[in-house]
Ligand binder design. Structure first.
Ligand SMILES: [Zn+2]
Length: 94
C-alpha cells in the first residue's frame, strides 16, 4: 500500500486493542512519565466515527496512534511509523 493508505489503515485500527486497555474508560495513562494515580486517560472516537484518539490530563490535545507511539517510545514520527509498519506487517510501496 502507499504511504497515504498506510496512514489511513493505521487510523482504522483499534487503539484499545493496540494498547491493551480493554473496555474501561477512564484508565491509567500508559505514558511512562505520567504518574496517573487517579485514572484520567480515555479513548474517544472522532466525529467521522472511525479514527480513535487518546486523551488524558497530561496531553494538551487529542493524540492519534502515531502520537501515542511517539509518547510511549519517546521517538520521532518516522520511527513511530516504522514501528507501526512492522507491528501491522504491511508493505509500503510508495
Ligand atoms: Zn497521561
Amino acid at each position: 500500500m502507499t504511504k497515504e493508505e498506510f496512514i489511513e489503515f493505521v487510523h482504522h485500527q483499534d487503539l484499545r486493542e493496540f494498547l491493551g486497555v480493554g473496555d474501561s474508560n477512564p484508565f491509567r495513562c500508559v505514558f511512562p512519565d505520567h504518574e496517573d494515580n487517579h485514572p484520567s486517560a480515555g479513548i474517544l472516537t472522532s466525529t467521522d466515527g472511525i479514527k480513535q484518539v487518546y486523551l488524558c490530563f497530561c496531553t494538551a490535545k487529542p493524540l492519534d496512534i502515531f502520537d501515542v507511539v511517539q509518547e510511549i517510545a519517546g521517538c520521532d514520527y518516522k520511527s513511530a511509523a516504522q514501528y507501526l509498519n512492522s507491528h501491522y506487517n504491511v508493505t509500503i510501496t510508495d
